[in-house]
Design a protein around this ligand. Structure first.
Ligand code: 13P
Length: 286
């Protein structure tokens, strides 16, 4: 079974001190590029949609079908987890119904008690169907699809309580930010990561993986991060490749305006970016 939940995969990653990349998709080409990178490196991969991307693509059911059918048509054989990124309560329930293998319930903007209660409910619903759940403690900085976080550090006591709900992985705020890191960013807070990792065995998730220097990512993985989310780097790689195609006047050469030709370099750039991050994360081939 290629499509699978992330339970064992991420536990093994935390135990083995490596991470599995979680890459956001936006359309058919992105889906193909991410799956191709997993297959080319022969490593497990997690493909995810934010709520915004899910809406853009036509809903969770369509996304789930797209990923499942693309896996089949590309003869993908590595394990793939289909995951909802930063879902609110309703979105998490919808994605569970649509057949996702894994959902994030992001209750960081709720009062902590409510985050805890709703996380418990999602865990119950998801686990009854063999679906994994990611929780979040301490908001991730920056903005992604309208989800804005100030980037506070995760509280260790709150992390323990969220871990006790049975979430399969937990996103922790350790100074990480979604999107492009500002010049004055001070880096990941390894002291807080150590406190969190000492307190709980749950595989930990690093959001905002784009733009963090490789040494910091490698160190964070050695300390308990088992899932690293990357989105912006693929977007930039895609955008640069498309720009280069037009700047070189390729659209004017031999039917270069054909979308299949226009989209090919961007798709390749996404695949290359994903493969390079799989290498950084030390994901072992299967
Ligand atoms: P970046 O866009 O900063 O890589 O963050 C991705 C992410 O954390 C998705 O949840």
């Amino acid at each position: 079974m290629v499509l699978t939940n992330g339970n064992e995969m991420f536990k093994a990653a935390r135990d083995g001190q490596y991470a599995i990349g979680a890459f956001n998709t936006n359309n058919l080409e992105w889906t193909r590029a991410i799956l191709a990178a997993g297959q080319a490196t022969n490593t497990p991969i997690l493909i995810q949609t934010s709520m915004g991307a899910g809406k853009y693509m036509g809903g969770y059911k369509l996304v789930q079908n797209l990923v499942a059918n693309t896996i089949e048509s590309m003869n993908i054989t590595v394990p793939v987890v289909m995951h909802l990124d930063h879902g609110n309560y309703e979105a998490a329930k919808e994605a569970i119904e649509a057949g996702y293998n894994s959902v994030m319930f992001d209750g960081h903007d709720l009062p902590f008690e409510e985050n805890l209660e709703k996380t418990k409910e999602i865990v119950k619903l998801a686990h009854a169907k063999g679906i994994s759940v990611e929780g979040e403690v301490g908001s991730i900085g920056g903005e992604e699809d309208g989800i804005v976080g100030a980037g506070e550090l995760a509280d260790v006591e709150e992390a323990k309580q969220l871990a006790a709900t049975g979430v399969d992985y937990l996103a922790v705020g350790i100074g990480n930010i979604h999107g492009v890191y500002p010049e004055n960013w001070t880096g990941l807070n390894f002291d807080r990561l150590k406190e969190l990792a000492d307190a709980i065995d749950t595989p930990l998730v690093l959001h905002g993986g784009s733009g963090i220097p490789k040494e910091q990512i490698v160190k964070a993985i050695s300390m308990g991060i088992a899932k690293v989310n990357v989105n912006t780097e693929q977007q930039i790689a895609w955008s640069d490749a498309v720009k280069e195609y037009y700047n070189a006047g390729n659209d004017k050469k031999e039917k270069g305006f054909d979308p299949r030709k226009v989209l090919a370099p961007g798709t390749k750039a996404i695949q290359d970016t994903v493969e390079s991050r799989i290498d950084w994360f030390g994901t072992p081939s299967i």
